[in-house]
Design a protein around this ligand. Structure first.
Ligand SMILES: NC(=O)c1ccc[n+]([C@@H]2O[C@H](COP(=O)([O-])OP(=O)(O)OC[C@H]3O[C@@H](n4cnc5c(N)ncnc54)[C@H](O)[C@@H]3O)[C@@H](O)[C@H]2O)c1
Length: 369
């Protein structure tokens, strides 16, 4: 197979889909790997390292897209990538389609085979290709939240940890999954008072066991959300219903009860965000004020720390990429139920139920195609 790795073009996105070790693995299986010039520079990887691992470096993005049977990326395609997609081409990347009808329609029009990292799902419900980036985003969310609380960003001017004689901040984490857990690790480590709200009691039991009395756990319902969020200095949004648009659990009314200058970091913005006031921002302009609250809603947070993120992501995506390249998409999906759940669009048909629900579109089972 011919595998194409373009340079990411989303604002300040410096991750790259494969490391030189990944390229070596692919070429040793007889595949040809085409990488766009300087695709790895933001992650500290030179063209020479890729070449040594057997890749062919191409200077233009158009050439990478036109050569490849499979495009291996990090973020969803954006303009001008739409026109580069070829009918029948496999696109293996994050897609987050439930939050983006335009992209969904583009992928359907171009009749590509779109396999989304974030909906590859194991039998136990876990999301192996989302997990490492959620770990990064969860940890970053506290760093970013601390910065939002600073006066220079119109925050209320408090230190998350407090100091001897001054109380620490209240942090409320909405969604105690992978990113929520990682946010909690940092916030607890800094000495904040942490509350985690989740809809799954089993998950809350696990978190309670893990953190003992260092966090408060609460079942997710509108009263608990309203009460805790209105008392919070920093709220982290980390809810997910796999494949679906994020439920708007924080209404404008709840948000307006928070003290002015409090902060809200919406990690779940890539799936639409968990507050009525959320809207996607970029690393260039990450923060905005709404109802007196400092919002941070960057949809590609791990792009801020590309070296860590590229390594963490490629550790988990490479085995799936190898399977797709070795077997072809149909056999690979037939043999692996987890990978089959990643298929969102296929040759003009929508194959992910949750995306179909979001846009009131028809969904087909891929086996019928
Ligand atoms: N912004 C970024 O750069 C970035 C990076 C990585 C992940 N993400 C996103 O972060 C979000 C969370 O990802 P994750 O891997 O932590 O997901 P996860 O599946 O591990 O955790 C989600 C948690 O939300 C809980 N939940 C579901 N409905 C709920 C409700 N009504 N109330 C409270 N809790 C509820 C689930 O029980 C689960 O524990 C996703 O949207 C993911 O795409 C964003």
């Amino acid at each position: 197979m011919k595998i194409g790795i373009p340079k990411e073009i989303k604002t300040r996105e410096y991750r790259v889909a494969a490391t030189p070790a990944g390229v070596r693995a692919m070429t040793s299986h007889g595949h040809r790997v085409f990488i766009q010039q300087s695709a790895g520079s933001g992650s500290g990887i030179s063209d020479a390292e890729y070449e040594k691992a057997g890749a062919v470096i191409l200077s233009k993005a158009e050439d990478v897209w036109s050569e490849a049977d499979i495009i291996f990326k990090v973020k969803e395609p954006v303009d001008p990538e739409f026109e580069r997609m070829k009918q029948g081409q496999i696109i293996f990347t994050y897609l987050h389609l439930a939050a983006d009808e335009k992209l969904t329609r583009k992928l359907l029009d171009r009749k590509v085979i779109g396999i989304a990292f974030e909906t590859v799902q194991l039998a136990d419900g876990s999301l192996p290709l989302l997990a490492p980036m959620s770990e990064v985003a969860g940890r970053l969310s506290i760093q970013m939240g601390c910065s939002c609380l600073e006066m220079k960003n119109d925050g209320k001017g408090i230190l998350l940890s407090g100091v001897p004689g001054v109380a620490p901040a209240n942090v409320v984490i909405l969604g105690g999954g992978i990113s929520g857990l990682n946010a909690a690790h940092l916030a607890v480590g800094m000495g904040a008072r942490v509350t985690i709200i989740d809809i799954s009691l089993n998950r809350l039991r696990y978190l309670e066991d893990l953190f003992h009395s260092r966090v408060t756990t609460l079942a997710s319902n509108s009263s608990n959300i309203e009460e805790s969020v209105s008392l919070a200095d920093l709220v982290i949004g980390s809810v997910l219903i796999p494949g679906a648009r994020t439920p708007k659990l924080i209404t404008r009314d709840i948000l307006s009860r928070m003290k002015p200058g409090s902060a809200f970091v919406d990690i779940a913005i890539d799936q639409g965000g968990c507050a009525e006031t959320s809207r996607p921002t970029t690393h260039d302009n990450p923060i905005f004020m709404e109802s007196g609250i400092v919002h941070y809603c960057v949809a590609n947070m791990p792009g801020a720390v590309p070296r860590t993120s590229t390594m963490a992501l490629s550790n988990v995506t490479l085995p799936y990429m190898m399977t797709l390249a070795d077997k072809g998409w149909k056999q690979a999906l037939d043999d692996d139920r987890a990978l089959a759940k990643g298929l969102n669009v296929c040759k003009g048909a929508l194959t992910c139920g949750r995306v179909a629900e979001a846009f009131n579109m028809d969904c087909v089972d891929y086996s019928s195609l």
